[in-house]
Design a protein around this ligand. Sequence first.
Ligand code: SF4
Ligand code: FES
Length: 333
Amino acid sequence: MSETTLFKVTIDGAEVEVAPGTTILQAARQLGKHVPPAMCYYTKLQGSGGKCRTCIVKVTAGSTKDPRPMPKLVASCRTPVMDGMVVANETSPEVIEARKGVTEFLLINHPLDCPICDQAGECHLQDLGYEHGAQKTRYDFERRTFEKIDIGPYVQLHMTRCILCYRCVYTADQITDKRVHGVLDRGDHSEISTYIEKAITNDFSGNVIDVCPVGALTDKTFRFKSRVWFTKPVFAHRNCPKCTGKVTLWYKGEDVLRVTGRKDKWGELEDFICNTCRFETKKTADWVIEGVVDVDRHSVISQNKYPVMSEKPVVPQLASKHTGEGTWDHQLK
Ligand code: SF4
Ligand code: FES
């Protein structure tokens, strides 16, 4: 059995060995630090990436064989590593400046309506805005506006918030059996729409909500019900004939306000879930509760939880069923 020779890559001074064909972004994720932001790339969606340019990095040495730097910043989600490649991400002032420019472009037409947007607290553009955004806009022209389009009973479209990352289009193409929406027109006129406003009714269409990095596609059944940081995420599963049935339930008090797929630490879905699990199964009795989601303490969702939850669990059976690791108390202290 032949062993694959690994490529050694250095990212912001840290070394990692990865398989040939790995992109710089994935190499950074394997390293676990110095990871560029990614607004359009999505591991499970073929063809994704290369649209938003938030993941740009500087390649200061192409490879051991040819150590010349790459002449321009490159999209790390689409650039494969070479053996001996040296990459600068957070350590390059040029990258930071360029990322600031990309953020400014993304925010040209994006409304700053985070206070009323359901995606607030989970929005990658909001994070990017905090990290790289300018305080003022330099854009004098009128913002894009759109006629409101109803795309069905479950998914709310806010076209003004869309950054045209194409993730929802790839999701519909690759996860559902019949795509009825896509990006219409080009350039400044581009918009996500359904052909003749056909509703997105496919069984897996709700996944477009989870993959959307901003608040352009949100859950109609959760709309305006709560800020996400006032809800408590809990892992649960059920026997589902259509999908894995592995989800995150978002509780407020004893009510499940929404159901989403489970996301990994890069914010990407572990499994795509069906619309029955997502929209129509919102009673605790429908689910086998596994335990609280270990929320990254840097996330805004971790607010409002740690001191309060240890006294009064939201889901009563958790307190009696679980002891030690995985209990509310253990996780929330
Ligand atoms: S609606 Fe969301 S997922 Fe779809 S292209 Fe726009 S930003 Fe991306
Ligand atoms: S994540 Fe690489 S270009 Fe968007």
